[in-house]
Design a protein around this ligand. Structure first.
Ligand SMILES: [Zn+2]
Length: 248
């Protein structure tokens, strides 16, 4: 386990190694806030189907970026045969500073309805034309008392319960009934999207994906006060469960 979870240069080196070993190129997404951003698109990904994984849009949620690279490292050559779009770290400046926002003080996860954020625009370009079976955003919550998730309501049966179950050997399910001012049951906040509400507060990545590019959309939150190893393991368990459900 790396204890350099806020070391972006080290993170990129690890992704370069994954790229070399798997044969999936590490592509340049955009340069913003003084950092190169990257993405990977596996050759197995078609226009329809597959999975979108993203991490690090909030810089103070280090288990997210750490989990995605650790899981990718574990795949070896198999990675290229999985249908994936991977966004390893959408806010490197924030990761290095251990800050949620980007360098201009913007919450990128409220900016997917904007057109003036270079990182968001770059993500939109890369995703154009894709319709994913599932999208998973890896996050953390410093108020968290366990793992929980948001599942946008559309396709049934729902997967949220199974994803939390997969993570349970590493982290308890967050027992809170009210999370972020919204009612939550057994660690799952499942909702239909109120477009008007998000037009006021700004579009999160998940809401944009739900409307434009993804059948199922999950935002997974681990508790950032718990040990890094457990948070990383829990995120990896969720990633594995989603891959299993999409790819078999
Ligand atoms: Zn977050």
């Amino acid at each position: 386990m790396s204890h350099r979870a806020h070391d972006y240069r080290h993170l990129v080196e690890r992704w370069r190694t994954v790229a070399r070993k798997s044969g999936v190129p590490l592509r340049r997404l955009v340069r913003a806030d003084g950092y190169e951003h990257f993405y990977l698109r596996t050759p197995a990904l078609a226009q329809t189907g597959g999975i979108y994984f993203s991490a690090g849009i909030h810089g103070d949620e280090a288990a997210a970026t750490e989990a995605l690279i650790t899981w990718a490292e574990q795949q070896g050559k198999k990675l290229r045969h999985l249908p994936l779009l991977l966004l390893p770290c959408l806010n490197p400046w924030g990761l290095v500073q251990n800050i949620r926002l980007n360098r201009q003080g913007a919450d990128l996860n409220r900016g997917f309805d904007r057109t003036d954020l270079p990182v968001v625009e770059a993500v939109k370009r890369v995703v154009a034309g894709h319709q994913f079976e599932a999208s998973v955003m890896l996050h953390e919550d410093y108020d968290g008392q366990g793992i929980y998730l948001y599942e946008i309501q559309r396709v049934q049966p729902h997967w949220g319960e199974a994803l939390l179950k997969a993570a349970r050997k590493h982290l308890p399910t967050d027992p809170r009934i009210w999370i972020d001012g919204r009612k939550t049951a057994k660690g799952i906040h499942r909702r239909r999207i109120d477009k008007k509400r998000f037009e006021q507060i700004g579009y999160p990545e998940a809401v944009w994906l739900h409307f434009e590019h993804s059948e199922r959309t999950f935002t997974v939150e681990t508790p950032s006060e718990f040990a890094l190893e457990r948070r990383v393991a829990a995120h990896i368990a969720v990633i594995e469960e989603v891959v299993l459900r999409v790819v078999g």
